[in-house]
Design a protein around this ligand. Structure first.
Ligand code: F6P
Length: 564
């Protein structure tokens, strides 16, 4: 068992009490970003930060210098730095699963081999042994040396996984699309809904397709069901096209040539028929939602190449070092985590928007949903006691400007406050000019306009000055003072993407530590899985049906009455 000290109850610290007083004073005096900017010409610069080439502007948040000082005091009193260092050292801070939490080791450079021995293992050496095997394998696929069973070069990947074994790879695949250079694309199957697989294999030539099964446990219902379905599709189609003859030996050859796996349970992989030489492992100390930079990223290495994946890892590492080495007062990662605590616990916000002004990041909010909500959506602390404050927010978002035409109305004029992170890039992979106007600048103009409108709003006087009829003046007022953080980078490169992911991993960690929760387990997903196993037989079995509650029985009866 792990010997992690009980969490410090944040709500009982002097910093928490001071934050409560400070919050009440701010509200009483009136939160007024216009006035705060007018009174302090240096506000934007003093609340801007640089980390690894990323630029952060926190000035449009509901903060003063005193707020940040108090939040840093809170972090110190709760022991954020000590827990961070314990995590980096490989202590078993995931108490309910008695595991180390070492996603930071996945991106340590090879030169650090021998520097991190955890539970008797040289962790960095292990990581690079697998990385090197993956790089060699990926090069064989990319160069065409690896051939399908009929001798064809691989042109398509199908990656089967769910949760952390899917969301990270899909998100990064979409984000890095402009860097694909080997003529290989990837489709990702995750949902157990047969419609997902049907859509993803449609039009695929099995002779040029390589399937990657990604599952940490290799027991996940959705993934194994889809894997068996895809295996059947592959073998049937190969036989139909004459590529194999249907004998057991030819089927086994086909599986070896067209299926590889990523898992921590390599014995199960072999049972599936996959050659162990083509199975890539990772470790218990990598949480699913923290695993895109492990072997789980195999599809990315094949599509984008080892060098780009190395650059992706270097981006993570840059932020890991920054987070570990920068004093909390200037540590923008820690400050962003603390700001989220400030909003959740003192302003009672319940959701947080992430709004990338970059189409390639369209799956980033979905990825962050698992990272943040599976990590911090908890009601007990790591010592088993009930939490003493509100915890995790609902993370959500869509790329700008699509969101502007959908839900921004609520962000601007709704009765709830939704803190939002805006992400934008100075350069685009696809420059375009329309009627003499740089289209990327249109996008950036919108990003800036939205953060400005949310912060500074529009007063009744300003609305009237536009000649607005008096009766609709109230509807056209924008209160402003709606908090946003702006994050900018040069360009969405693999390096910048790695940085952005590590940024949110560490933000999540800071919040979890303040709340005293184990951000690395996910027991909340278990009950549904267990019940699904019990309920599914009731579609056909009357005894199983009778064991269900009245509502579930009625729903099953509806299904029985309507199924064809
Ligand atoms: O949904 C729960 C979960 O365990 C996630 O944490 C994980 O990412 C996902 O299922 C997939 O698990 P596996 O990689 O073991 O198939």
């Amino acid at each position: 068992m792990s010997h992690v000290p009980a969490p410090v109850d944040a709500t009982r610290t002097s910093a928490w009490k001071a934050l409560r007083r400070h919050h009440d004073e701010l509200v009483e005096q009136g939160i007024d970003l216009r006035a705060w900017f007018a009174a302090d010409p240096d506000r934007a610069s003093s609340l801007s930060y640089e980390a690894g080439g990323l630029h952060f502007d926190l000035s449009k948040n509901i903060v003063t210098a005193e707020t940040l000082d108090l939040l840093v005091d809170l972090a110190r009193q709760v022991g954020v730095e000590e827990r961070r260092d314990a995590m980096y050292r490989g202590e078993h801070i995931n108490t309910t699963e008695d595991r180390a939490v070492l996603h930071t080791a996945l991106r340590r450079p090879k030169e650090q081999t021998g520097e991190l021995i955890v539970d008797g293992q040289d962790v960095v050496a292990d990581v690079h042994e697998v990385l090197d095997r993956m790089y060699a394998f990926a090069e064989r696929v990319r160069s065409g040396e690896w051939k399908g069973v009929s001798g064809c070069r691989i042109e398509h990947l199908v990656s089967i996984g769910i949760g952390g074994s899917d969301l990270g790879p899909v998100m990064a695949y979409e984000a890095m699309r402009p860097f694909a250079d080997a003529g290989i694309d990837c489709r990702y199957i995750s949902n157990i809904d047969p419609n997902d697989m049907a859509a993803k294999v449609a039009g695929l030539d099995p002779q040029t397709t390589l399937v990657i099964i990604v599952s940490k446990t290799f027991t996940t219902l959705e993934t194994l069901t889809n894997a068996r379905e895809v295996k059947e599709w592959m073998l049937t189609e190969l036989q139909r096209s004459g590529a194999i003859d249907g004998t057991a030996a030819s089927r086994a050859d086909a599986i070896r040539a067209h299926f590889v796996a990523v898992s921590t349970a390599l014995d199960h992989v072999e049972e599936f028929g996959i050659d162990p030489k083509n199975a890539f492992g990772f470790w218990r100390w990598v949480g699913g939602r923290y695993s895109v930079d492990s072997a789980v990223g195999l599809s990315l290495i094949i599509v984008f190449g080892p060098d780009r994946f190395k650059s992706f890892l270097a981006g993570f590492h840059e932020m890991d070092e920054y987070f570990q080495q920068t004093p909390l007062e200037r540590n923008v990662i820690a400050l962003m985590g603390l700001l989220n605590v400030w909003y959740v616990n003192f302003f009672h916000t319940q959701s947080h928007a992430v709004l990338p002004y970059c189409q390639y990041l369209h799956r980033f909010p979905a990825y962050l949903q698992q990272l943040t909500m599976e990590s911090n959506g908890k009601s007990v602390r790591w010592d088993g006691e009930v939490v003493t404050s509100a915890t995790g927010e609902v993370f959500w978002g869509e790329p700008g400007t699509n969101g502007q035409h959908a839900f921004y109305q609520l962000l601007h004029q709704g009765t709830v406050i939704v803190p939002a992170d805006f992400i934008a890039f100075a350069n685009t992979a696809n420059p375009a000019v329309d009627a003499g106007q740089d289209v990327h600048e249109l996008l950036l103009g919108n990003f800036l306009a939205q953060t400005k409108a949310l912060a500074f709003g529009k007063t009744a006087e300003e609305v009237r000055a536009e000649g607005t009829p008096e009766q609709i003046v109230p509807a056209r007022i924008f209160t402003g003072n709606r908090p946003t953080t702006s994050i900018m980078a040069d360009e969405l490169t693999p390096f910048a993407l790695g940085e952005l992911i590590a940024l949110y991993e560490h933000i999540t960690f800071v919040q979890g530590t303040i709340w005293g929760i184990d951000s690395f387990d996910q027991w909340g997903v278990e009950l549904g899985k267990q019940l699904a196993k019990e309920i599914t037989p009731a579609f056909h079995d009357d005894d199983a049906l009778r064991r269900q509650d009245a509502s579930t029985q009625a729903l099953i009866r509806f299904y029985r009455d309507h199924r064809r």
